[in-house]
Design a protein around this ligand. Structure first.
Ligand SMILES: Nc1ncnc2c1ncn2[C@@H]1O[C@H](COP(=O)(O)OP(=O)(O)O)[C@@H](O)[C@H]1O
Ligand SMILES: [Mg+2]
Length: 252
């Protein structure tokens, strides 16, 4: 059974196509990297998979997740998928967290925890925070996002993303809002979790150096089009497109 199969996916706003006829597939447990400069359509692909594009976006083509067609699927279907099958880690953890809700309450929202179930939920939350290598997770439960550093916030977001044991994580530039010294830690965190939990991943970055560490294969996008798609080692040893050369030289 196919895990994720994308065929001739296009996304347009009004008359402007921002993603044009892209196709790729992902096997269960593998990591696909997507690279390309800002505005080339990376996040649009991610949002199309999760069904979170604005209503004004016209999506055509096919996105099959475990044989189920996601293009045109009603919102109810996506609700059943998001979090428990596919979840996303966004670029900016501050925007992903609710600033006026304690961390534990944000987990209760994800789990749908009732009042009397909270004690039991707390130990589960501590389990996932520990998974994301958060020290003293007990103290974290009653914290507000503003009390945490950027790196800690992203660890909490990652703990939330894995908390319903999804089979696919889409990480959309998960390090770009963080300080340089924290970036590597977050990449290692995601890779460690992937190793332990076995989920597949789409890892988006404008920096090919990050994809060299994380991806089994890489797609290079430019102006909404896939210009190159290769296994990671091949892409770095024998890039075919001059644009890929440019991105490799720019990566560090
Ligand atoms: N809501 C929107 N309405 C119109 N155009 C949009 C909208 N969202 C994104 N775009 C355009 O789609 C293109 C791709 O954006 P995006 O997928 O966010 O790029 P990336 O993630 O690669 O930086 C950009 O040109 C952007 O301006
Ligand atoms: Mg983006």
């Amino acid at each position: 059974m196919g895990f994720l199969e994308i065929n001739n996916l296009s996304v347009a706003y009004l008359q402007t196509a921002v993603v044009k006829n892209i196709s790729f597939s992902l096997a269960e447990g593998e990591t696909l990297g997507i690279a390309g400069e800002s505005g080339c359509g990376k996040s649009t692909v991610a949002k199309a998979i999760l069904g979170i594009l604005p209503k004004s976006a016209k999506v055509t083509g096919s996105i099959k997740y475990r044989e189920k067609e996601l293009v045109g699927m009603p919102e109810k279907g996506f609700e059943a998928l998001r979090g428990s099958e596919i979840s996303m880690v966004f670029q900016d953890p501050s925007a992903a967290l609710n600033p006026v809700r304690k961390i534990k309450h944000q987990f209760y929202d994800i789990f749908g925890t009732r009042h009397r179930e909270r004690k039991a939920a707390d130990s589960e939350i501590v389990h996932f925070l520990t998974h994301a290598h958060i020290a003293s997770p007990d103290n974290m439960l009653d914290s507000y996002p503003s009390q945490l550093s950027g790196g800690m916030k992203q660890r909490v977001v990652i703990a939330m993303a894995i908390s319903k044991m999804p089979r696919l994580i889409i990480a959309d530039e998960p390090t770009s809002a963080l300080d340089a010294e924290i970036r590597l830690q977050i990449i290692e965190e995601l890779m460690g979790l992937k190793e332990r939990l076995g989920f597949g991943m789409i890892y988006i970055s404008h920096n090919l150096a990050e994809l060299k560490k994380t991806a089994d294969s890489i797609i290079i996008m430019k102006n909404g089009v896939v210009v190159e798609h290769a296994k990671t080692a091949e892409l770095f040893s024998a890039p075919k497109e001059s644009y890929t050369h440019e991105l490799i030289s720019a990566a560090k």
